[in-house]
Design a protein around this ligand. Structure first.
Ligand SMILES: [Zn+2]
Length: 205
């Protein structure tokens, strides 16, 4: 049923478009915001507007950044020759927390998932291949989730770059990483990075 207030109806409709938020939750959030007062709502609206205007994808690694190049890619102490391939920025944050990786990242922006209509061309795989070639990368580390989508994506990338003379590795999977790197604790993640294995050796399983 439409709400009697058109302004409220619009806000509820916009919020309920977000993943995991149904109409009921949207209405609850709107009522909460109304009780918080105008300042709070203005702040929220302007922060989202700011995000839309200023956040961009790093031209090098495709992570989210306020400038054309993110802080990790701009850091001269980070090794250009070692590229860690991840699904999204949450994995970058999880790996950065371990302090175990001093190379640079490549953010794919998702995983190959035919069920969700996501194919290789929806991800930054071509950019990855170009980057490996132009940087003369020495090692590419796959740090993708241990799911069917993660495995499919890793295999697709392997097919694209297997012929290049680089060391292609994968973070160790024997450790209980679960579905997403985001949920792994720092010690586990740091260990799985240190005990990474040659990607080809993972294919026989
Ligand atoms: Zn970057």
């Amino acid at each position: 049923m439409e709400l009697p207030s058109k302004t409220m109806e619009r806000a509820v409709r916009e919020l309920s478009r977000l993943p995991g938020i149904g109409r009921r939750s949207a209405l609850r959030l709107i009522l909460y915001l109304l009780r918080q007062g105008n300042d709070r709502m203005e702040n929220l609206a302007s922060s989202i507007q700011d995000l839309g205007r200023n956040a961009q994808f790093c031209e090098n690694c495709h992570s989210i950044s306020d400038s054309p190049k993110c802080s990790i890619c701009s850091d001269p102490r980070r090794d250009d020759k070692s590229i860690c391939v991840v699904e999204d920025i949450r994995d970058v944050l999880a790996l950065e927390k371990t302090n175990a990786f001093r190379g640079k990242y490549h953010v794919l922006g998702g995983l190959i998932s035919p069920m969700d209509g996501l194919g290789p061309s929806d991800l930054t795989i071509e950019e990855l291949v170009n980057r490996i070639k132009s940087n003369n990368a020495e090692e590419v580390i796959m740090a993708l989730s241990a799911t069917m989508e993660g495995d499919t994506t890793a295999f697709y990338i392997y097919r694209q770059i297997g012929d290049l003379s680089i060391k292609l590795t994968s973070i160790a999977r024997g450790l209980p990483i679960g579905d997403s790197l985001e949920y792994a604790d720092e010690i586990t993640l740091s260990k799985s990075l240190q005990q990474r294995v040659l990607f080809e050796s993972t294919l026989s399983n």
